[in-house]
Design a protein around this ligand. Structure first.
Ligand SMILES: NCc1[nH]cc(CCC(=O)O)c1CC(=O)O
Length: 309
């Protein structure tokens, strides 16, 4: 088989993920090379993603390269992937998931969410809304850019702490700045957090596709992500919407908890479903419908109107 061409964004986190995939392929005896691609999302650093619109700001250029065949696969953080891909594109594998929690990151060692004067930097609508809900005294400020940029902004005094995914901090070698792992009962992560996804286009050589799948896919993670992504798809929640969800797998049983929180943190709906791993997709859909019927539909409508402003 000829060398597998791996497409990726050029940020340090994206490159770590691409090298991780290259390692998994190499362990299966598959040769590969990495090709970096700049996306609109990388160029626009001063506007919040919620305002640009979540659809594909980090994926459009990469999908173009997939469709013309300059790359065979694209590597993404699973949580950055829209729940519905454009025609002809497919996620074929998810890597073993690491710690899923959000973490509090700071240079200060004595940081606490109960601190009255704490200022947290985050541009994620989910994190802002959850903070408003559980810790209404905390002030948040938007901090954009790649992980290094955000950490630099914090060091320059933009905020006391950042709220980030453990996964990204760990991958970048910044674990020493992690002060606290947030409780999964309060801070339910974004769908897909902690796993790396492989995307391809329908024109890929089927043998190549199978070989990549076999080398990269972690079956248990795949079931969890299938549940979570079905939930996200049914809620039509892009990454700008404060939707969260986490599925766990115990033997053949999937348990998923997920919900939505209003932008001001006033209303939150959290539901839970349990069922067989074979029904992963319908379980995710069932959870989404329970959330929608319990008032989630109303919250979603308000959020969409708010984000249009
Ligand atoms: N939204 C940006 C993004 N996309 C993936 C990660 C980290 C890796 C992951 O969550 O899998 C991050 C940074 C963060 O949210 O802290």
């Amino acid at each position: 088989m000829d060398k597998i061409k791996i497409g990726t964004r050029g940020s340090k986190l994206a490159l770590w993920q691409a090298y991780h995939i290259q390692d998994l392929l190499a362990a299966a005896g598959l040769e590969s090379e990495i090709i970096t691609i700049e996306t609109i999302g990388d160029k626009i650093l001063d506007v919040s993603i919620a305002k640009i619109g979540s659809k594909g700001v980090f994926t459009e250029e990469i999908e173009e390269q997939l469709s013309i065949g300059t790359i065979d696969i694209a590597v993404h953080s699973a949580k950055d992937m829209q729940s519905v891909l454009p025609d002809g594109f497919e996620l074929i594998a998810f890597t073993e998931r690491e710690v899923v929690n959000d973490v509090l990151v700071s240079e200060k060692s004595d940081i606490s969410l109960s601190d009255e004067n704490l200022v947290i930097g985050t541009s994620s609508t989910r994190r802002v809304a959850l903070l408003k809900h559980y810790y209404p005294h905390i002030k948040t400020v938007p901090v954009r850019g790649n992980l290094q940029t955000r950490i630099q902004k914090m060091k320059d005094g933009a905020c006391d702490a950042l709220l980030l995914a453990y996964a990204g901090m760990h991958r970048m070698g910044y674990s020493s700045l992690i002060r606290k792992r947030l409780d999964l009962d309060e801070f339910i992560p974004a769908v897909g957090q902690g796993s790396v996804a492989i995307e391809c286009y329908k024109s890929i050589n089927p043998e190549k596709k199978q070989a990549i799948k076999k080398a990269v896919s972690h079956p248990q993670t795949e079931i969890r992500l299938e549940t979570e992504r079905a939930f996200l798809r049914t809620l039509e929640g892009g990454c700008s919407i404060p939707v969260f969800g986490l599925a766990d797998l115990d033997n053949k049983t999937v348990k998923m908890k997920g919900g939505i929180v209003s932008l001001d943190g006033q209303e939150i709906i959290i539901k839970e479903v349990t069922g067989s791993a074979e029904d992963a997709k319908s379980l995710g859909e069932k959870l989404a419908n329970e959330v929608l019927n319990a008032g989630g539909a109303e919250i979603l409508k308000e959020i969409k109107e708010e984000l249009k402003k």
